[in-house]
Design a protein around this ligand. Structure first.
Ligand code: RP5
Length: 166
């Protein structure tokens, strides 16, 4: 199954790229499009309505400011939608985060933290892994590698601290 990544503007691309990279690393097919809930609402509705039929399993929606993209997509599909609040402007992404986490009952979306595209990629993969054992194994392998890096970091710190701990 594919992950559809929608962003409200091409200015969001740098903050959304980590999601693309994570999903590529996990061998999850991705389609990335720009569509704005405010500036191109018809395009957003069409994308959302056609997503399931197009083989999409999860939608990631990155937007900043008055970020209605994820919510509007969720209004037009029953697929899981994950918001990525983009850090822009005076409020630095708090506005987008609050827009995402205050959805009306019956139309839920999930949200990662501000600028959390990397985790959105992992979360999308985790959702798809529920019905894809090969993807579950790749996620497991990533976690094992990640834990090994923490052990290496600890070893470096222990070396640096040698003789300074009681
Ligand atoms: C949002 O408005 C977009 O997702 C973007 O984060 C923000 C600013 O868009 P631009 O003015 O840079 O196109 O809808």
């Amino acid at each position: 199954m594919q992950v559809l990544i929608v962003m409200g503007s091409d200015s969001d691309i740098d903050q959304m790229l980590p999601a693309v990279d994570v999903l590529k690393e996990l061998e999850v097919p991705v389609r990335v499009v720009v569509a704005s809930a405010h500036r191109s609402p018809d395009r957003v509705v069409t994308l959302a309505r056609e997503a399931r039929g197009a083989g999409v399993g999860v939608v990631l929606a990155g937007a900043g400011g008055a970020a209605h993209l994820a919510g509007v997509i969720a209004a037009h599909t029953t697929l899981p939608v994950v918001a990525v609040p983009i850090a822009i402007g005076t409020l630095g992404g708090v506005d987008a985060l609050l827009s995402a986490v205050q959805m009306p009952g019956g139309v839920p979306i999930a949200s990662v933290g501000i600028g959390g595209a990397r985790n959105a990629g992992f979360f999308a993969a985790a959702i798809l892994s529920a019905s894809d054992p090969a993807l579950a194994s790749r996620l497991e392998a990533f976690r094992t590698k990640q834990a090994a890096k923490v052990a290496e970091a600890d070893a470096r710190v222990q070396t640096k601290l040698a003789g300074r701990q009681s």
